[in-house]
Design a protein around this ligand. Sequence first.
Ligand code: GDP
Ligand code: GDP
Length: 451
Amino acid sequence: MTSPSDFLEELDDDGLLVPVVAVVGRPNVGKSTLVNRIIGRRQAVVEDIPGVTRDRVAYDAQWSGRRFTVVDTGGWEPDAKDRAARIAAQAEIAVATADVVVFVVDGVVGPTDVDEAAVRMLRRGGKPVLLVANKIDSSRQEPEVAALWSLGLGEPYPVSALHGRGSGDLLDAVLAALPTPAPVEDFSDKPRGPRRVALVGRPNVGKSSLLNKLAGEERALVDPVAGTTVDPVDSLVQIGGEEWLLVDTAGLRKRVGQASGTEYYASLRTAAAIDAAEVAILLLDSAEPISEQDTRILSMVVDAGRALVLAFNKWDLVDEDRRLRMTREIERELRRVPWALRVNVSARTGRSVDKLAPALRLALANWERRVPTGQLNSWLTALVQATPHPIRSGKAPRVLFATQAGTSPPKFVLFTTGPLDPGYVRFIERKLREEFDFEGTPVHVTVKPRQ
Ligand code: GDP
Ligand code: GDP
């Protein structure tokens, strides 16, 4: 059986990772004002909770249909000795974690020593840097920004973060500087067909029996509502008053008790069904001990990143004694999935079969859950402050911020100052699950240490 640390897979470079834009600059130049301008004031107000505002560093943003994460570096490095060192350290982190750096200076004041120290660091990092001359509230002030050419970062963008002047041009430039386009989010509310479910489990747990119970013998393979033809290998069934598409069930449409083919083909069919599905019902035989074959199929579902419902079938055969033994078996054999939803059913009597529907719905909702970046980071900052990473040879890596890189299943990326202990990553994942309701779905957590 595989361990939770198997989740620590790398995201490929053109994967789901949303690009990161870091806003850097010395205090009072207007970084937070600019960040608020970029994310839209509504989001900032909605998420404002007294006391935690200062801790929040990363937010979701969108411009011209592209999604990115904007990071306000203001809160970092509170214990650095002097100001210049602090700003340089901020800049260093920004360079390491961001795809594009927005470097903000006060356009009225002009370049300062501290600005110059930060620039040296930014240039070494080799990331695209956009220079913002902030507080240029009117066109009359624009000539003042010419002095900023001396910073050697090219043409300054005159912006008034307070009034919004010039921020559109800046954002156009930010998008142009981003790497490969982020995947386009589908925000449309287009109606979708029935959710796709894989009914899996080792031979004889009762898959055919359950399918027959749900579908009836003569179930038409045409969706009467949408008029669409269902693939003949799939079965359209009603559970809890709702239609569900049980995928790749052709092999199960047989008389109960008929031979189900070799184990090899059964395993191929299982993999194909999981692949085609959004959520899997893993059927277990409650009368039998949980076997290695069960946990192997469980791993197939989890590794494929599908939502999961465990259905303990043949519950009509379970007595008090078996129930007690089962509790211990579940703790031991299913420890990889403490988050899985469980339903006790009987395909023979029909007991609780309808209860599969709410479990499927909940698992799918959590599988598709997106946590707003601001909310994620206010929670994460408090968590890592209360329980920092253990110290290893005098040092402890720090978690700087996190973003949710994708859904289905939820994928999170932790930006850190160094590699994290797998145990600490599991701790964060466990807390993440407690906080944001990820019952019924795998959650992927990736660590991105700064180079
Ligand atoms: P930070 O420390 O860099 O995050 O700076 P803040 O965003 O907190 O801004 C510092 C001060 O500058 C605040 O009083 C802002 O209202 C002010 N400020 C920010 N942007 C502008 C601007 O574009 N024009 C003017 N006139 N003031 C600004
Ligand atoms: P499959 O190989 O997973 O498709 O399993 P089948 O549906 O062929 O069922 C295997 C055996 O278990 C058959 O003899 C079924 O009658 C029996 N069975 C299936 N579901 C139940 C149940 O809920 N209770 C009991 N007592 N037997 C069941």
